[in-house]
Design a binder for this molecule. Structure first.
Ligand code: MTE
Ligand code: MO
Length: 358
């Protein structure tokens, strides 16, 4: 009879659930990366409107839920991590090395991801490309790890677990993961808002919607409120400029659409404005073309984004003038901002200055 609680029985069970969480986290992360840096073959649909809200919510929730699972997993094999000699044979050395890389990369991904979701950026690097690159390292090392351990995993999962101490540890792992998931889920699932103690953005902000970058932070308070403000719309040689009043007199469309931040929080709101397609029609722009949208913001990473053709032609991709029944707040993008269905928040450009067909 075994007397240790640690070992393959726990490691393989917690590892399996952790593996599923990581698979969801990795896949949804890849999608988010491709939406923001689309390879030529990539297509992201504009409908259903909540699609990105769900994929990115799942990304952050599975990432956070992985923390307690990873801790229990490491605990279950802890003495093995310090086994001597470190190198017994080339195969053994490769296996140890892959575990060192796996653990390091996983911890890096979870820590930087959670810091990012909490909007705390202590590192000296730009988060997205590094988080993306290390994800491949982590997943590569994980696949090697699983391949090496398959026989042990299969045996351990085949045996019924009767040791009550182990069952307690497992129950603790599941409860820990569940609590972690619920604690953060409220930033994407409104019904959980009150119990989600670590949801950093959850509904505060003007017009009942969180703000990511304020007008002051973006340095647009003067240009956005200037009396000679105009929105330029350009297609080839044809260009027009619209004042806010001219935009207001055009046919308005209403749509309920979420802002779904890459950092995990999301919130639905009622938007009203001019379909971007109407503005494109006004300069005779053909359908099926990508469109560049540029902000009044002078610097910043998000001053300009490209709207893929299927989004530009969608009837509820709006140049929004109103939010939740009132004139768009300055912090939400006054005089007008882009709001498109199923698009990451980071690409929902505020304080528009120019729309140009590519
Ligand atoms: N010009 C500009 N638009 C921007 C940003 C920005 O930094 N500059 N931030 C984006 C991000 S990251 C998000 S999540 C949404 C948030 O919109 P909100 O502040 O109206 O909620 O705006 C987007 N639009
Ligand atoms: Mo965002």
């Amino acid at each position: 009879m075994s007397t240790t609680v640690r070992g393959p029985a726990i490691a393989s069970r917690v590892g399996t659930v952790l593996g599923i969480a990581i698979a969801v986290c990795f896949t949804t992360g890849l999608l988010s990366h491709w939406i923001q840096n689309p390879p030529g073959w990539f297509y992201w649909p504009a409908h259903p409107v909540w699609l990105y809200r769900v994929t990115q919510g799942a990304h952050v929730i599975t990432g956070v839920a992985s923390v307690p699972l990873l801790l229990v997993k490491l605990w279950s094999v802890f003495p093995k991590l310090f086994e001597r000699p470190i190198i017994k044979s080339p195969v053994h050395a490769a296996e140890r090395g892959s575990i060192a890389i796996l653990v390091g990369a996983m911890i890096f991904e979870l820590v930087t991801g959670i810091q990012n979701a909490a909007q705390w950026y202590p590192w000296g690097f730009f988060f997205p490309p590094i988080h993306y690159a290390v994800a491949w390292v982590a997943v590569g090392a994980l696949l090697i790890h699983i391949a090496v351990k398959i026989p042990i995993i299969r045996d351990a999962l085949g045996e019924r677990q009767t040791d009550s101490r182990r069952r307690t540890v497992l129950r603790t792992a599941w409860i820990g993961a569940g609590v972690a998931a619920v604690a953060v889920a409220g930033q994407s699932i409104p019904a959980l808002r009150k119990v989600s103690v670590i949801a950093p953005r959850s509904g505060e902000g003007p017009q009942d919607l969180p703000v990511n970058r304020t007008a002051i932070a973006a340095g647009v308070t003067d240009t956005a409120q200037a009396s000679d403000y105009q929105l330029a719309v350009v297609s080839g040689d044809v260009a027009r400029a619209f004042t806010r009043i001219e935009l207001q007199t055009m046919a308005q469309t209403k749509a309920s659409l979420p802002i779904a931040c890459v950092e995990g929080w999301s919130a639905s709101a009622n938007w009203e404005g001019v379909p971007i397609r109407s503005l494109l029609d006004s300069v005779g722009a053909p359908r099926g073309r990508d469109v560049r949208v540029t902000s009044l913001e002078r610097g910043g990473l998000y001053r300009s984004t490209t709207l893929p053709a299927n989004f530009a032609d969608d009837p509820i991709t709006l140049v929004a003038l109103r939010l939740n029944g009132k004139v768009l707040d300055l912090d939400h993008g006054y005089p007008c901002r882009l709001i498109a269905p199923a698009r990451p928040g980071v690409l929902q450009t505020k304080w528009l200055s120019r729309i140009e067909v590519l």
